[in-house]
Design a protein around this ligand. Structure first.
Ligand code: SF4
Length: 438
């Protein structure tokens, strides 16, 4: 069985970004680790979707057992390196640290996790071996965080795995979609390779379900099948002029500069439509790429934005402007976009009469959500799809024996750490299913 590794070009547009949370050195990590109270019944553990034993890994840093610290992290979350960079810790573990109640700065759990896992990668420490071969094989559709977490855990349990991925790069949104000031694509590729180093995970890239094989065929080929295909393309406004040059889906554009190149040298006014986390990443990324005027156009008001408040605060500091209560209705330009015709909305999101105006824009990114791919699975008898999401039980089982789903395909799109947790649970549910068949 082959194990395919993945590589990306070094001259990507994203490389101009600097990390906004610089890593700890050994001394800084030791000082921060020694501040931790190693709480019993620690609230930070409960706030972590993968239940990492946070006080234990921090205590191991304090006692200079970095290898053991990283092991504690990876045992719970094999994507611990990327999660240390991309988790919204402010609303998860760090947000629940007891120091918040004492008016003291909370422990910087993400930065400590990054310290341990970075040292582990740098020293090429490995912790896991594939389990004894069970003779069972599992097909996984997708190669993003949920797929990788499921695959790694299945290998530890001794089951063979094949990943079917549409793209040529693997790692999913961790590779193609994370804001580069949090994590660049090469770090995601390092993680992919580290995970694949367990061996026995075959990766078929450029593989499209429906074209190269149907889900029914994959289901028949494998002893179990996991649907971890993530989300679909950017949603569209279906407004006049949306096909003009210079109008992109935000996820599509972010992928372009994460794994390739974009030229923003001639862009004077960029507008990002939306108010969620992708929109906030996009405005900050455009500013970071050097676009002078970047405006967030959102139909609601500032307090109603679904994106994280701390990200928006950072965007404002970086010079992003906002047009709240603004609804695009058409894109204008001759061949290339030059402006967005908009109306203003009141607090109840009703159009204000006579409010039509044009926002100048020579680059527009639509960050109004992504389509759900769950319908792909609706052809499988027994699999239930609601609002585009595959319906699963707590272990990721669908209504069809042997078919599971994890990550965005089932949860509709959320943080990487949830994909890691769901993937691991699905692997154990599949193992129990195989044992039940024996
Ligand atoms: Fe340490 Fe804060 Fe977790 Fe307590 S809640 S164990 S102080 S990180």
């Amino acid at each position: 069985m082959t194990t395919k590794r993945t590589d990306i070009t070094p001259d990507r547009s994203e490389t101009v970004f600097e990390e906004f949370k610089p890593p700890y050195n050994k001394m800084q990590a030791a000082v921060e680790a020694n501040r931790c109270l190693y709480c019993e019944d620690a609230p930070c553990i409960k706030a972590c979707p993968t239940s990492i034993d946070i006080p234990t890994f921090i205590r191991k840093i304090a006692t200079d057992n970095v290898k053991g610290s990283a092991k504690t992290i990876f045992e719970s979350n094999v994507l611990g390196m990327s999660c240390a960079r991309v988790c919204p810790v402010e609303v998860l573990c760090v947000g629940d640290c007891v120091f918040n109640e004492m008016d003291q700065p909370p422990i910087q759990i993400g930065k400590l996790q990054r310290y341990s896992t970075d040292v582990a990668y740098e020293k090429e420490w490995t912790y896991f071996e594939a389990g004894e071969d069970t003779g069972k094989n599992v097909g996984i559709v997708g190669a993003g965080p949920a797929a990788l977490a499921t695959a790694h855990e299945l290998r530890r349990l001794g089951h063979a795995v094949t990943l079917y991925e549409k793209r040529e790069v693997i790692g999913g949104l961790n590779t193609t979609g994370i804001a580069p000031y949090k994590m660049k694509a090469d770090a995601s590729v390092d993680e992919v390779n580290w995970i694949l180093s367990i061996g026995g995970i075959e990766v078929k890239t450029g593989f499209e379900v429906g074209k190269d094989a149907t889900l029914e065929e994959l289901d028949a080929k494998h002893d179990a099948l996991v649907l971890a295909f993530g989300l679909g393309p950017d949603s569209s406004l279906s407004a006049v002029g949306e096909d003009l040059e210079g109008v992109y889906g935000a996820v599509e554009y972010i992928e372009l500069f994460k794994v390739g190149q974009v030229d923003v040298s001639g862009v004077k006014n960029a507008v990002v439509v939306g108010g969620g986390n992708t929109a906030l990443d996009a405005v900050r990324e455009l500013r970071g790429l050097g676009v002078e005027s970047v405006t967030l156009a959102y139909r609601g008001r500032e307090p109603g934005m679904s994106g994280y408040a701390h990200e928006w605060k950072a965007g404002k500091v970086e010079g992003v402007r906002a047009a709240f209560g603004t609804q695009p209705i058409a894109f204008e330009g001759a061949g290339k976009v030059e402006g967005i015709k908009c109306v203003r909305l009141d607090e109840k999101k009703k159009t204000i009469e006579g409010s039509e105006h044009v926002l100048p824009a020579d680059l527009v990114l639509l960050a109004i959500g992504q389509g759900k791919l769950g319908e792909l699975a609706a052809s499988l008898p027994g699999v239930v799809v609601e609002k585009g999401c595959v319906q699963v039980d707590a272990g990721g089982a669908t209504g069809r024996p042997g078919v599971y789903a994890a990550g965005d395909a089932a949860n509709g799109g959320t943080e990487v750490v949830y994909a890691a947790a769901e993937g691991k649970k699905a692997a154990h549910a599949i193992d129990a299913y195989f044992k039940g068949q024996a």
